[in-house]
Structures are given as C-alpha cells and as structure tokens.
Design a protein around this ligand. Sequence first.
Ligand SMILES: Cc1cc2nc3c(=O)[nH]c(=O)nc-3n(C[C@H](O)[C@H](O)[C@H](O)COP(=O)(O)O)c2cc1C
Length: 217
Amino acid sequence: MSEPSLRDRLRALKVFGEDMPELVPDAAPHDPLDLLRTWLEEALAQGVAQPHAMTLATSDAAGAPSARTLLLKDLTPEGVWFASLSSSPKGRDLEANPRAAVVLYWREQGRQIRVTGAIEKGPRDVARADFLQRHPKARATAIAGHQSEPIGDDHDELQADAQARVDADDRFVPEEWVAWILRPQTVEFWQAARHREQTRLRYEKSGGDWQRDLLWP
Ligand SMILES: Cc1cc2nc3c(=O)[nH]c(=O)nc-3n(C[C@H](O)[C@H](O)[C@H](O)COP(=O)(O)O)c2cc1C
C-alpha cells in the first residue's frame, strides 16, 4: 500500500483541541487593547507556548511585503510594542512606509489576533532599557554586523570586537536599536470553538472611537 500523500497527511491533522475558551462579543470591552491584554493574561496563565511570538508584516516603498517573527515587548494604552534595528530590512520598510500588521496565534486556545495600524518610534529610554535587558551575546551580535546581510569571512573578528565593546561598556546601546509602537487602527479577535464554529470580532477606529463588528468566519 502506498504511503498517504503529504496533502492527505496535512488534511488529516487536527487543528484545535476540545477545550477552548470563549469569546462573548456582548461582554467585550469598549477598547480592543483591554481585550488584548485580557487574552494575553489568559494565555500566560494557561501556559500557552511563546504567547509573545508574533508575526510582523511590513512593506517597502514599492509595496513589496515581507513578514517575520518578533517578540511582543509590551502592551500599553498606546499600542503594541516591539524592538529591532532600524538598519534592518524591517527597519527600512518602516521608515519608508510607517504602517504594519501583526498577528498572534495561540493554537492551544484556538485564538488569533490581528492588529493593523500606524507605526511610531517609541522614546529612546524604552529602546535603551530593552536593549540592555538582552543577553550580552545577543547585544554583541546586534552591533557586530548588519542584520539580514550575508555573513562574510570577517564574522569572527567582528563578533569578537563587538563582544569586547559590550564587555567594556555594559551600558552601550547602538543608536539603531529602536522600540516601535504599532498604534492600532483595526484589531480582530478570532476564536475557534467546537464543531468548526468560529467567532470573529473586529474593532475599527473611526473618528477617534472604536466601532465593533462581528465578521463572517
Ligand atoms: C521567536 C522569535 C523571536 C524573534 N524576536 C525578534 C525580535 O524581537 N527582534 C528582532 O530584531 N528579531 C527577532 N527575531 C528574528 C526575526 O524573525 C528576523 O529574522 C530578523 O529580525 C530579521 O528580519 P528582517 O530581515 O525582516 O529585518 C525573532 C525570531 C524568532 C523566531
């Protein structure tokens, strides 16, 4: 008997478990950031794996999209925070087109959150504090080369120089390290339920206030 095809094996995978939390639209708060915070707290409390790993989608000046995983650094009334190098491809995208989308997916709870909006650079002291919390090796790597560029023969030398710099000055933060805020324009909460049911609740900012809609799944 022949092996099932990759397509058949993918088709047979179970997507969600039986025990998922609920999304009750009538009980949802006025501000989507409050709901996002509640969901994040629930994900942390229930031991969701890496609930702070999120996909950030950007596009360059010509409209070419790209996406990558980043860590969610904070959630405040201003929005969703992440940090990276302004000299990286994503940093250049954000400079050329300061709008972005992020997606969080928590499989254990059957939850997806999508946020879109304008991007703004956060205060320097937030970026500094964020950088200094990184492991010294990660700090050295961030200053050794140019993120996402090919590694050359001088890799070991550059890494060693950067490490010496970090070890000599443990307060050193490169100018390029930036904490960005995604200020939400739309926020969508997607909740899977048993029997292939889903609830989608989208918030959209309109005239300074939040409008809410339930969406077809
Ligand atoms: C779980 C996870 C978390 C990550 N967190 C960050 C992060 O917070 N900041 C960052 O610059 N890169 C992070 N990365 C690496 C990025 O995905 C990406 O490779 C890098 O930032 C270069 O992206 P760019 O070429 O689009 O600029 C993370 C990768 C993974 C898998």
